[in-house]
Design a protein around this ligand. Structure first.
Ligand SMILES: Cc1cc2nc3c(=O)[nH]c(=O)nc-3n(C[C@H](O)[C@H](O)[C@H](O)COP(=O)(O)OP(=O)(O)OC[C@H]3O[C@@H](n4cnc5c(N)ncnc54)[C@H](O)[C@@H]3O)c2cc1C
Length: 440
């Protein structure tokens, strides 16, 4: 009998899941519910559009004809309620749909802080979707040379501040946390970011809160008041203090939530056998992430979409988060974080090594070593040897004696006892290590 699959959310997790479901069943009916007014686009590249480096067309990944080719139906609507015991979706439009299998891939959206004045004209909550991006584009055009404030100095706030800065606005970032770029940064990289922001002409207020947003007599924003009592002028304000998973519509559904996310097992299954979840809305209990959970990245959402779909169709494919990996830009500096990139300073099992940046004041290379193995990397400003470091970590190689050479172009991983360690049994490993050590 033909199966009816529904996927909630047309982001990367949802669309990848739809593609996988089709690969697994040529006959099934597959419906993706798109809660946005735009076809699937590269969310992670929105800033390249704001910075004029790409077009809306180039950001769009799937056009209607692509769905036709996949034989996937797209419904423009939002799910208001799930009734898992009846296998029913209740839509915002009032329609209802029945499913045999369901994947929830609803991603996240901006956290709304209780700041008075948040609804004034010229203030935008969040930088997450196409609507936000087009709004920022318009306000930036209308305010060239004027003041702007970005509330929040995390990844998205910094990205928005860079876009405003490049569009010719005079930007001030108001960051409550102790460093810019938290939670990805340490003290050194936070300082580098701060210097970089200042050098580009933007300003920063660190360790202060936006207390109130002030408007003029026409309801237009005019300033942001901080907890330090400063009034920062602003014709445009963007608020980026964090993302929370889109799970409000699941209240009372019986689908279990964990830490405000959808709780899933090691196969991405919820507490209902025919409901799986994928992407930014999930909390994976079997993850291998260090110090930064949940892992909200494009790649993780893609992998989860594929595996949730495979398992919904009866496979038993365990989801393995693998090595923690996050890459992007902090303000305008590229970064990559791998594994235990920012170990607890009190963790005596970890040694941290920093590396020469050849005089680049906006670069920072830091590696974490534990028990003779490379377990983490933080690369800010310039990306050096990312793939090699990743391979060394994934291969679980012994790097003892080579800690200081790892970032050196001349150093080749083949100098490590790689294949031996990977393929040998424990006793053999000991023998090979001894032989390796004796080679000096
Ligand atoms: C500006 C920006 C820069 C980024 N940069 C990077 C980067 O450099 N590297 C990186 O790895 N990641 C980056 N990300 C994060 C990355 O884009 C996300 O991790 C990824 O898009 C998550 O995919 P998803 O499918 O889980 O959720 P989403 O992409 O959020 O998609 C979920 C979809 O579900 C819809 N939805 C929600 N509720 C409902 C409902 N009830 N009914 C119907 N539809 C609903 C939403 O409207 C949305 O369209 C960035 C994100 C942004 C915004």
């Amino acid at each position: 009998m033909q199966k009816h699959y529904f996927i909630i959310g047309a982001g990367v997790a949802g669309i990848t899941a739809a593609e996988q479901l089709r690969r697994g069943d040529a006959e099934a009916s597959i419906t993706v519910i798109n809660g946005e007014d735009y076809p699937f686009y590269r969310r992670l590249s929105l800033s390249t559009y704001l910075q004029g480096q790409t077009t809306l067309e180039a950001l769009t990944v799937k056009q209607p004809e692509d769905y036709e080719a996949l034989n996937v139906t797209v419904l423009q609507d939002r799910v208001a309620q799930i009734k898992p015991n009846e296998n029913t979706l209740v839509m915002a439009s009032g329609e209802t749909h029945n499913y045999d299998g369901l994947i929830i891939a609803t991603g996240g959206s901006a956290i709304k802080p209780p700041i008075p004045g948040i609804d004034l004209n010229g203030v935008r909550l969040g930088y997450w979707d196409m609507k936000d991006t087009l709004w920022y584009e318009e306000i930036a055009k209308a305010n060239n040379g004027n003041d702007a404030v970005v509330i929040g100095g995390g990844v998205l706030g910094l990205e928005l501040a860079d876009c405003f800065n490049q569009a010719g606005l005079k930007v001030t970032i108001v960051q409550l946390g102790a460093t810019l770029g938290e939670p990805l940064t340490d003290e050194v990289s936070g300082e580098i970011l701060l210097n970089r922001v200042k050098e580009s002409g933007a300003e920063c207020r660190i360790g202060v809160m936006a207390k109130e947003i002030l408007g003029d007599e026409n309801g237009n924003v005019r300033a942001v008041v901080t907890s330090a009592g400063e009034e920062i002028p602003a014709k445009a304000v963007g608020i980026c203090i964090g993302i929370r998973p889109n799970v409000a519509f699941l209240q009372d559904s019986g689908i279990e939530l964990v830490n405000g996310c959808i709780g899933v097992d090691g196969y991405l299954k919820t507490n209902f056998d025919n409901i799986f979840a994928a992407g930014d809305c999930t909390w994976v209990s079997s993850g291998n992430m260090v110090g930064y959970r949940p892992n909200r990245t494009w790649q993780v959402a893609t992998n989860q979409g594929t595996i949730a779909a495979m398992n919904l169709q009866g496979m038993q494919h365990p989801y393995d988060e693998g090595l923690f990996y996050n890459a992007g830009v902090l303000y305008d500096l590229p970064y990559t974080m791998l594994g235990n990139f920012n170990p607890d300073p009190n963790d005596e099992s970890c040694q941290v090594h920093t590396y020469d940046t050849a005089g680049d004041p906006f670069a920072h290379f830091k590696l974490t070593v534990s028990e003779g193995r490379l377990v983490g990397a933080m690369l800010l400003g310039r990306q050096r040897r990312t793939n090699i470091l990743r391979k060394i970590m994934e291969g679980n190689f012994i790097i003892t004696g080579h800690e200081h050479e790892l970032m050196d172009k001349k150093f080749k991983p083949k100098d490590l006892p790689v294949a031996d360690i990977q393929t040998a049994g424990d006793a053999d490993v000991e023998a090979k290590l001894a032989a390796y050590a004796s080679k000096g």
